[in-house]
Ligand binder design. Structure first.
Ligand code: DOR
Ligand code: ZN
Ligand code: ZN
Length: 397
């Protein structure tokens, strides 16, 4: 097959290491098939799926179910996390060695679903077993519960700065770094958002790797709350300008290793409920590449830094075979992008059954034109080609 790549840039296959496809449990909102199709349309060759499914991906039976489902229905390379629970710590080392498992996800504070490991003793048990990256949702549970109470009291919209509770994230992150120091096991801090966290992490890069989300690099509160209401609610929250600036500073100074979407689809009728009575999370797997290419065009980062945070660094951190910046053992995963193409993101382009994006009508410059997975073109000019080939990622043993 001949691809006319005139005028396009060829990037290493871009990865989104943080998505919540809802299978098993809520196929009306997202499945592995629909989520990986959305990812391919958005220029991604690999996704890593979170374990807060129903049932949670925290035992062998569900792991095997997900492996089978992914190998039958995934359009692109698929990896997934094991959810840590207080009960499964002794099984983590064997669960993480299953094919396709990219790492362990720990909810040190509660979120969508029932997964949570709250007490220090259990967290230490998690850190003492296995060798894959342990990835933390690190918000402080006590402060989260305080936040929830505010929701129930019908906190007025104008008070969203109180709801955002910046200290909640910083407390959680400091706690996890202390735990990493104590056990000597590196921790991957998911979705860092605050200036305080990011400035403090500068001194902990020997034991911590760091993720920032495209949403926190693109949306700024309170403007987005006024515009989107409940559709802009996520955990951790969209913050104001000073934190937005800090996230970009951390991209440039090297504190950030990975940029992901935290794609967390919810039924739009639930998101349209009154402010803060809605579930938290936004769709993002299909829009992360266009948004990040637009940031490149606006001079916030270089194309090669983008390839670092969405391909080379994730491959290294999660243990995919690499040689320098190149992933080896992956036959030709590429994303071809048109840096000059201007286009509007629209709800009707979104492939997820949930069917919405917080970026509806947003105009960007830079667009993914072709997605190539293992040498096969799976997406070209908005069209899916072939059938889902089902490929679990082979991580290093
Ligand atoms: O906003 C969020 N939504 N944060 C999370 O941690 C979970 C996610 C979801 O699964 O809905
Ligand atoms: Zn999270
Ligand atoms: Zn998440």
């Amino acid at each position: 097959q001949v691809i006319d790549a005139q005028g396009l840039h060829v990037l290493p296959g871009l990865m989104d290491c943080h998505v919540h496809f809802r299978e098993p449990g809520n196929a009306l909102v997202e499945t592995i098939e629909t989520g990986t199709k959305a990812a391919a349309l958005g220029g991604l060759t690999t996704v890593f799926d979170m374990p807060n499914t129903n049932p949670a991906t925290a035992d062998l039976e569900t792991v095997q179910w997900k492996q089978k489902r992914a190998s039958e229905t995934s359009w692109i390379n698929f990896g997934f996390y094991i959810g840590a629970t207080r009960e499964n710590t002794k099984d983590l080392a064997s669960l993480e060695s299953q094919q396709g498992v990219c790492g362990i996800k720990v909810y040190a504070g509660s979120s969508t679903g029932s997964l949570m490991v709250e007490d220090d003793a259990s967290l230490e048990q998690v850190m003492l077993r296995g060798h894959r990256r342990v990835c933390y949702h690190a918000e402080d549970e006590y402060r989260l519960q305080e936040r929830k109470k505010l929701f129930c009291e019908g906190m007025p919209y104008e008070n969203h700065s109180k709801w955002r509770d910046e200290e909640c994230a910083f407390l959680g992150t400091r706690r996890i770094i202390a735990l990493a120091r104590k056990t000597g096991r590196p921790a991957h801090i998911l979705h860092t958002t605050t200036q305080e966290e990011l400035e403090w992490l500068v001194d902990h890069k020997d034991i911590a790797t760091v993720e920032v989300l495209a949403n926190h690099l693109t949306q700024i509160g309170p403007e987005c709350y006024e515009r989107l209401g409940g559709f802009a609610v996520m955990n951790p929250p969209i913050r104001d300008q000073r934190h937005y600036d800090a996230c970009w500073e951390a991209i440039r100074n090297g504190v950030v290793d990975v940029v992901s979407s935290d794609h967390a689809p919810h039924d739009p009728t639930l998101k349209a409920k009154p402010w803060l009575c809605c579930p938290s999370g936004m769709l993002g797997v299909q829009t992360i590449v266009p948004l990040m290419l637009n940031h490149v065009n606006e001079g916030r980062l270089s194309l090669s830094r983008l390839a670092d945070v969405m391909a080379a660094n994730p491959a290294r951190i999660y243990g995919m075979p690499t040689k320098g910046r190149i992933q080896v053992g992956y036959d030709a995963d590429f994303t071809l992008v048109d840096m000059g193409k201007q286009r509007r993101i629209t709800n009707d382009w979104i492939a997820s059954p949930a069917g919405w994006t917080p970026y509806d009508q947003v105009k960007v410059k830079g667009w993914p034109m072709v997605t190539i997975v293992k040498g096969c073109v799976v997406m070209q000019n908005d069209e899916m080609l072939g059938t889902p080939k089902g490929q679990l990622v082979n991580f290093l043993p």
